[in-house]
Design a protein around this ligand. Structure first.
Ligand code: ZN
Ligand code: ZN
Length: 212
């Protein structure tokens, strides 16, 4: 079995958890949600000595995607995700980013839109794709069953859930995504989220006030 490793690189004024996942045997991996601060991401990749084979995107929010086009062009690698329901966010990225004071962000078209039931390979490890709308309509979650690990973007946080007041957000839809798709993954599944510290499904099922 591959030895999965993960490193978090906080980026953007939103302190977004850009994440690098790789197999420590082959040193091949992916960057998840390169939201900005390209030099910081490139520095982390070099320091870790990982060969980045693709970019994975959990959803189309500005703090998760501002450096996607730059990193894709620099490394000449494909972009996978999110679900196409977030295309309206990605298409309007230059305008949305400028509204947040982040200038020069370029839009992109993912090489592969993802849907529920898809799988993506990261460093030879297979991640299952769950479509979890509510925070944004096209949010996707990536689950590595053998490693008991998930990348959940902004769907679920330690002690909180994703905000639902942005375009296309809906609270009932978000809670249903979490209860129907994430909680059944099992209490022992740990996850990295888009902001803040890691947690486990079990901790959130027991103590997250938004899931009562
Ligand atoms: Zn978000
Ligand atoms: Zn975010």
């Amino acid at each position: 079995m591959p030895t999965m490793k993960a490193a978090i690189v906080p980026v953007t004024p939103f302190e977004q958890n850009c994440t690098i996942i790789w197999d420590d045997e082959t040193k091949k991996g992916a960057v998840i949600d390169p939201g900005g601060d390209m030099p910081r991401i490139e520095g982390a990749i070099a320091e870790l000595g990982v060969t980045i084979e693709k970019i994975i995107v959990t959803h189309g929010h500005v703090d998760h995607i501002c450096a996607v086009a730059d990193l894709r062009d620099k490394l000449n690698i494909p972009v996978e995700g999110p679900h196409q329901a977030d295309a309206f966010l990605i298409d309007n990225l230059p305008t949305i980013a400028a509204n947040y004071g982040m200038h020069g962000a370029r839009s992109f078209t993912p090489d592969r839109w993802l849907i529920e039931g898809d799988t993506v390979e990261i460093g030879g490890m297979t991640f299952n794709v769950l479509h979890c709308p509510g925070h944004s309509p096209g949010s996707v979650v990536f689950v590595q069953k053998e490693q008991r690990f998930a990348l959940v973007g902004d769907v679920l946080f330690r002690g909180s859930v994703g905000r639902t007041d942005l375009a296309g957000g809906d609270t009932d839809t978000l809670i249903a995504s979490i209860k129907d798709k994430l909680l059944p993954l099992g209490d022992d599944v740990s996850f990295i989220c888009g902001h803040g510290p890691m947690s486990t499904i079990g901790d959130e099922r027991e103590s997250n006030p938004f899931l009562r």
